[in-house]
Design a protein around this ligand. Structure first.
Ligand code: GCU
Length: 666
């Protein structure tokens, strides 16, 4: 037995497959037979079809050409587009690149695993062009083996400051390539200790090897960079991006790095945030810092991904005008257009930090002249630590579908990050990943749906949450109809349920400080002077209207006016934008306080129902999976109960307003 699960690449035997004869021959055209990704595609088809259907297919190579040289996101899309079509006696896979052939192979394997009829699926041919050029996973793995915000064991990339390459490395590459991921940052954005030395001789050989393995699956290797490497490892006394000594150190360093790790795609940088060094220390702008590095790596065809998570975590909130939510926009908008064309700004989906409900960052739809990509988090930092079931794809669909009104049309977040809106040279989407060295990779087996789903959605933003959930269950658990429909009905509402029993109406942050799991109504760690939610005996919420911090005005119209007005603001965000009396009537017709009571009782009850539904699957799913999820549900219910009791009693005591349904509030 392996030391880890195969998840959606389990390739379980299928007994009654409709018609498998067409799967006996594959024609491969476009990419060359000598390409390693093509070789891996063939191995995968051989393994998968043998194991599922007992078929040993033949492969026939037709004309091939070299992929276009990639100088932009559009080149990536041109190369990675693929077509699967039917021939008289087989299936044709074509693409300009080996990666495209690999995606086509996984497309076929997915459809077989989901027991779809192949001739119907591919009738008339199926061409898929990825929605986004860059589809990345960000690991927050530290070199000592720990993972920042990791909820599924330790790192499988590092042990005791060494890089690990084993069977799991290859399986990881297969897993994520199969859902279309084409870039991985393997170390934490907080680059400290040994990680600062990743760009030194000590680690080059291993990194080169890792980069090669990934390249065989169409995945580029990226590293997080310590902005102050000149000081940390270079022996200089400065990291000023305009200092000649600093620039020259980086030039030499990058020449060495790209010589030793030729597959490296570039770097991710967290600067000037939460204790990380950056250009602000030297009175320089974020653009100065990013451009300096980008200009140097340009000759290696590499990119600099610069994070917009820049805010002052020590700021004094007492004046009630200072607002962390404003920081991203305030720091990055003034330099829109100043970033060089191999810099990409990576923007968290919300202006704060991955709460269960936040508005979309106004930088998305604000920036018009800068390459940009979206950052989401499938590591469940604020969404249940992979103990509570929280299927995040519905949230990501909302984010992608959000209209920014930056243009008359093609103005959604999905349009922006695909490069359609502004023709960005590079763009895409990244997720802080939820993986670790647990047997099943993601702690809670059902959290695998977020890893699978993120990749699928990044590749094709038009897929529905339901289709993705269904595929995950069929491929990773069972294709039995009853099992599929039950698990899909557990996954789909799970985010809404989590939201119900945790922080209400967009307020966020009522978590245990530092840990970010479990309820602590006053727990926000960065406001030492008061409570983040501003609740008193009369009301609750943060006034971010024009009368408050003014954050609402960072949006384009009509979003700005909608958010600015408590009567127009959508209920689910109303306390993010407004401080309101407990008696304020929401669009739903309920008062704020009654909404708090109702959703908390409902959230707990609905979580119980999910758990009961899971219990009904005993004996119908693999025992190990069953036990794993059951055990998590026990903890989820305790958590939901605790949240429900704490939140309801806190606000009952503050407001003095009883529940109109007369339920017991402890
Ligand atoms: C959050 C998280 C940190 C992380 C940071 C980031 O604040 O709690 O652990 O480092 O986000 O995105 O950089």
């Amino acid at each position: 037995m392996k030391n880890h699960a195969d998840l959606w690449l389990a390739y379980k035997e299928i007994k009654n497959f409709s018609d498998s004869s067409i799967l006996k021959k594959f024609y491969i055209s476009g990419a060359s037979a000598s390409d390693r990704t093509v070789a891996n595609a063939i191995t995968e088809l051989k393994t998968g079809l043998k194991s599922m259907l007992g078929i040993e297919p033949d492969f026939i190579f037709e004309e091939s050409s070299d992929p276009v040289k990639e100088n932009s996101g559009k080149d990536i899309l041109d190369n990675e587009e693929y077509t699967v079509s039917l021939r008289e006696d087989g299936i044709s896979l074509s693409s300009k690149s080996g990666a495209g052939i690999l995606y086509a192979a996984f497309d076929v394997l997915r459809n077989v695993s989901c027991e779809r009829d192949i001739k119907t699926t591919y009738a008339g041919g199926r061409t898929v062009r990825p929605s986004n050029p860059l589809r990345m996973l960000n690991h927050w793995d530290n070199m000592d083996g720990s993972i920042e915000r990791g909820y599924s064991g330790e790192s499988f990339f590092y042990v005791n400051d060494e890089i690990v390459i084993d069977e799991r490395t290859v399986d990881y590459a297969r897993l994520i390539a199969s859902v279309g991921i084409n870039g991985v940052v393997i170390n934490n954005v907080n680059v400290k200790n040994a990680a600062s030395y990743m760009i030194t001789d000590r680690y080059f050989d291993k990194l080169a090897k890792l980069g090669e393995i990934f390249a065989g699956y169409g995945i580029r290797l990226y590293l997080s960079l310590n902005y102050a490497s000149t000081i940390e490892i270079g022996g200089l006394d400065s990291a000023d991006p305009l200092d000649e000594k600093v620039i020259s150190w980086w030039k030499n360093k990058m020449a060495e790095v790209f010589d030793r790790i030729p597959t490296l795609g570039g770097f991710l940088v967290k600067a000037d945030s939460e204790g990380r060094p950056g250009p602000f220390t030297y009175g320089r702008t974020q653009a100065d810092g990013a451009n300096m590095l980008a200009d140097i790596v340009k000759e290696y065809g590499a990119i600099i991904i610069w994070r917009c998570f820049v805010y002052n975590c020590k700021q004094d909130w007492r004046d009630r005008k200072t607002d962390r939510a404003r920081a991203g926009y305030d720091n990055f908008m003034p330099m829109d257009g100043d970033y060089h064309d191999n810099v990409i700004l990576q923007i968290k989906n919300g202006p704060m930090d991955f709460q269960i409900r936040e508005p979309i960052s106004p930088l998305l739809g604000g920036l018009k002249k800068t390459n940009q990509m979206l950052e989401v988090q499938i590591a469940q930092e604020y969404t249940g630590h992979q103990i509570d079931v929280c299927y995040l794809i519905p949230e990501f669909k909302e984010i992608l579908g959000f209209r920014t009104y930056v243009k008359e049309e093609k103005d959604t977040v999905a349009d922006i990050i695909s490069g359609e809106t502004f023709g960005d040279r590079y763009s895409g989407i990244a997720a802080v990943t939820n993986t670790g060295n647990d047997f099943n990779w993601t702690g809670n087996y059902l959290a695998g749906a977020n890893l699978f789903g993120f990749g699928r959605l990044a590749f094709d933003t038009s897929l529905s949450s339901e289709q993705i959930a269904e595929e995950f269950v069929k491929m990773s658990i069972s294709a039995d109809e009853d099992v599929v429909s039950k698990i899909v009905s557990i996954l789909l509402p799970s985010r809404e349920i989590y939201e119900k029993y945790t922080s209400p109406l967009g307020i966020g942050w009522m978590v245990q400080p530092g840990i970010h799991y479990g309820c602590s109504v006053d727990g926000y760690e960065y406001d030492r002077w008061g409570t983040y939610h501003r609740a008193d005996h009369l009301g609750i919420g943060v006034d971010r209207s024009d009368k408050g911090t003014g954050y609402a005005l960072q949006y384009n119209e009509p979003n700005a006016s909608v958010y600015n007005d408590p009567d127009k603001c959508p209920d689910e965000l109303v306390l993010f934008f407004h401080h309101l009396p407990y008696t304020h009537k929401l669009h739903s017709g309920k008062t704020v306080i009654q909404h708090i009571y109702d959703t908390h009782f409902e959230g707990y009850e609905e979580a119980q129902k999910l758990s009961e539904k899971w219990d009904s699957l005993k004996g119908k799913v693999d025992d190990e999976i069953f036990e794993n999820v059951s055990e998590r549900f026990t903890r989820q219910l305790a958590n939901a109960r605790e949240w429900c009791d704490q939140v309801n009693s806190y606000f009952y005591r503050k407001s003095g307003i009883p529940d109109e349904k007369g339920r017991q509030i402890y």
